[in-house]
Write a protein of this length. Structure first.
Length: 612
């Protein structure tokens, strides 16, 4: 999982022109003309407006300097007025893009057009149909265990906001003050949504309140957003009484706003339902269908998702059974045998700081081994390094088991693979290789770093991401690791790889089950645990995640199948001319696309390869 969802949602707010640094302008191998020139000019205007409306975006990208330096002290406006303006800008931008003659475009120009149009179109569909959730579809609850600035902003300020100079520190302080304003705006949107009948389930409110209360328990001096600037200004020897300033702002602006959010959620708790799915929300069935389209970037229906998941659980379960028997696990169902493997203390790292450091060292060793194999499978490799870090303890209760942050465009910030180490028993050793190949190499890090480093992609293409494409690639990368021989002498690791494939099949069943078939949280948990044997704590985190991001969990396997089908299509068409390195380069260097456009990219590669 790569945590760009909130970033990408804001990147769809397009509109008027503004000054951009040269690095931000649309890139092309040759100067575009005609309709292509109109398109790239529109892309530049779109990005300028995105920076204005989403000043966090240049920081994520590592370009909050020069003419964009002003953005470094700002945070987004999340007021109802600003959200309405964002929706109007999206509609305006669609009209402008559709005025360009698509028939005059070919090659990467056409890929760029189709990719941006899809982004705007699915965003606009959500904007027109639904008046809740802030923007579009895919995340109906502004505040939950996984949504809301209370849980994302401390990480953003600590890991994204670069702090090298006094002006950087001053900008940090300005953002710290704005953090309180942003939380109050979110609360305003929550109250608006409650008026429409949109309230998170009781268990989502409980998990969000657990995390909010953990932040509220900190004394100002111990709050993560305060400790970050105090630590980093000391490391960089930046003069100033940053501790006093930060503690004052936290006590005066941030903590009171967080308390107001917590009080609001407490007030909603008494009347909250236990129903897990979005079917109960206004136009709930449509909301789920639109969310599926947004995340999978395909036309798959909820019923097709459910059927596919059940079929894959059966076929993958048979593969797991064969491998388990080979490893000596013969008693019970596949799920029961996975449970036995999970509970085997020999497979656990000590749940201590030393044990967690040992686990991280093991992950780094796995990355080193597979990295040496990459040149046989990829023509182009990323320059950006990969860091492996544990999820900050303050947010680990509701955070996923692992996720990834992209490197900055300026190359100063590495790609970061985060692993949740709240309890090492949730990460037995046989599960770690596949998680690392998914989040790190050859998964998210390889794909997203190459995306950022592609010299001929316009910036808008580097910003917009697609869960079906990127999560599908990461699952494909898990399969590729098998083909690269990473499990030749590791049958338990291979069983772990099949487990994770089954895990994504289970997601198809559970996601569609809760949001389309009206499954309860408990029904989803039972299917989850019975099928793959995960411990209850991990299963709860996953199922509750699907509740607040409807459709996202289904994007993984739908994307993987699209990548595998594309590769088989290329192999069949090209025969001896097929080169897996060129196939991978073609799919990755074209940048992230909707899955429908990925098929177009692969067809372009096949046609080019046929010509020699």
């Amino acid at each position: 999982m790569h945590s760009r969802r909130d970033l990408l949602a804001t990147a769809a707010a397009f509109g008027a022109a503004a000054a951009l640094p040269k690095a931000a302008l649309a890139a092309a191998a040759a100067k575009p003309t005609g309709e292509a020139a109109k398109m790239y000019a529109m892309f530049d205007r779109a990005m300028a407006e995105s920076f204005r409306r989403s000043p966090e975006l240049p920081t994520y990208l590592g370009i909050d300097n020069g003419v964009l330096a002003w953005t470094k002290s700002e945070l987004s406006d999340f007021s109802l007025t600003a959200l309405a303006e964002n929706k109007a800008n999206t509609a305006k931008q669609i009209a402008e893009l559709r005025a360009i003659d698509r028939k005059q475009l070919s090659g990467m120009d056409a890929v760029n057009y189709d990719t941006v149009l899809f982004t705007l179109d699915v965003q606009d569909e959500g904007n027109r149909k639904f008046e809740y959730g802030g923007q579009g579809a895919g995340a109906p609850y502004v505040l939950s265990q996984l949504t809301g600035s209370y849980q994302s902003m401390p990480d953003f300020l600590d890991n994204q906001h670069v702090l090298e100079t006094k002006s950087d520190a001053d900008a940090y302080m300005a953002r710290l003050e704005a953090f309180g304003r942003l939380m109050d705006q979110e609360a305003e949107v929550v109250r608006h949504d409650v008026g429409l009948g949109v309230t998170p389930p009781d268990f989502v409110l409980d998990k969000a309140l657990t995390q909010m209360n953990a932040f509220l328990a900190y004394a100002p001096a111990d709050a993560p957003v305060v400790k970050s600037i105090v630590r980093r200004t000391a490391e960089k020897k930046i003069d100033g009484d940053w501790a006093a300033q930060a503690e004052g702002l936290y006590a005066e602006k941030v903590r009171p706003a967080l308390q107001r959010q917590a009080d609001l959620l407490k007030s909603l708790r008494a009347k909250a339902t236990h129903d897990a799915g979005v079917w109960r929300l206004p136009k709930g069935d449509e909301y789920y269908a639109t969310s599926l389209r947004q995340y999978t970037t395909s036309n798959i229906t909820p019923e097709e998702v459910h059927k596919l998941g059940l079929e894959l659980c059966k076929s993958l379960g048979a593969q797991a059974d064969a491998l388990m028997k080979k490893a000596g696990y013969t008693k019970g169902s596949v799920g029961e045998r996975y449970r036995a493997m999970y509970e085997d203390p020999k497979q656990h790292y000590p749940n201590t700081d030393a044990g967690k450091e040992q686990l991280l060292a093991h992950l780094n060793e796995q990355v080193k081994i597979i990295s040496a194999k990459l040149p046989k499978y990829f023509g182009q490799l990323p320059k950006a390094p990969l860091d492996i870090r544990r999820v900050p303890p303050a947010i680990e209760a509701g955070a996923p088991g692992g996720y990834y942050n992209s490197p900055s465009l300026d190359g100063k910030r590495p790609g970061i693979y985060w692993i949740n180490l709240r309890d090492t028993a949730e990460n037995p050793s046989w599960t770690l290789p596949t998680l690392t190949y998914h989040e790190g190499i050859p998964g998210h890090h390889l794909q997203l770093a190459l995306n950022n480093e592609a010299g001929d992609l316009p910036l808008i293409r580097k910003v917009i991401g697609f869960s079906g494409y990127s999560e599908g690639w990461a699952l494909y990368a898990e399969q590729l690791a098998v083909e690269m021989g990473m499990y030749d002498n590791d049958v338990l690791g291979h069983i772990g790889m099949i487990h994770d494939a089954m895990f994504r099949a289970v997601r198809l069943v559970v996601d569609s089950g809760m949001h389309s078939k009206k499954w309860s949280r408990e029904q989803a948990l039972k299917f989850f645990i019975d099928t793959i044997g995960d411990n209850e704590a991990s299963a709860i985190t996953e199922v509750e995640r699907y509740c607040v991001w409807p459709g996202q969990a289904s994007s993984y396997m739908v994307g993987k199948i699209t990548w595998l089908n594309g590769r088989e299509r290329a192999k069949k068409a090209l025969g001896r001319k097929f080169d897996i390195r060129k196939f991978h380069d073609a799919g990755l260097l074209a940048g992230g696309t909707p899955l429908t456009v990925l098929d177009q990219v692969i067809d372009n590669y096949i046609a080019s390869a046929k010509k020699g």
